[in-house]
Ligand binder design. Structure first.
Ligand SMILES: [Zn+2]
Length: 194
């Protein structure tokens, strides 16, 4: 597995060590390439980022060491201590994907997508096989580094904060009522944990 290290400003994440990771949180970016997101994360004052982002071509970029964290969950249901713990002990992986497609984007026929009503959306861009391959490599690598996370993958779409009751791999949509990542186009049967 090839991980491309990005020169990411130290003041754009939180250099406080959390060595006891319990979760992986899957996200998608709502964008079409990783460069856009990295550029935005470099300048947003809110210290929003994830340590990893997987581009459409499967390239894996790493912005900071996994022992540190940045804000990536936008949780609304917890006090500040739990909020920090869940953000810091969940390793965020962003997958580059537009997410919901507008009717005019669908009409261009430029995008592979599926159709399913989910929260605010209907048409969802598909993720690429190169992304699934890289995501599998990355998840298996992280599970070796942090074996406590374990192999439980939450596949349901529902908002359900009980995902924080056990170590697992969950999606942003499970812990945030408005977020739609990862989308209904995400194919959990392509996740292969060894
Ligand atoms: Zn997200």
């Amino acid at each position: 597995m090839n991980i491309i290290k990005i020169d990411f400003p130290e003041d754009q994440y939180i250099k406080k060590e959390y060595l006891d990771k319990k979760w992986i949180c899957l996200h998608h970016t709502g964008s079409s390439n990783a460069k856009q997101d990295i550029a935005w994360w470099k300048q947003t004052p809110d210290k929003i980022a994830t340590p990893f982002i997987i581009d459409r071509d499967g390239s894996i970029y790493q912005l900071f060491d996994t022992k540190y964290f940045a804000w990536h969950l936008g949780l609304k249901d917890f006090n500040s201590i739990l909020n920090e713990q869940y953000n810091a002990e969940s390793i965020g992986i962003e997958i580059v994907n537009l997410g919901v497609l507008t009717d005019s984007q669908v009409a261009t026929k430029k995008f592979e997508y599926i159709t399913k009503d989910f929260r605010s959306g209907k048409h969802w861009q598909k993720y690429t096989d190169k992304q699934y391959n890289s995501l599998n490599d990355l998840i298996n690598y992280l599970l070796k580094l942090y074996p406590k996370i374990g192999k439980t993958v939450i596949t349901k779409e529902d908002f359900d904060l009980t995902v924080f009751k056990i170590p697992c791999i969950y999606s942003h949509r499970n812990v945030h009522r408005e977020k739609t990542d990862v989308s209904p186009a995400f194919e959990f049967n392509k996740i292969n944990i060894v």
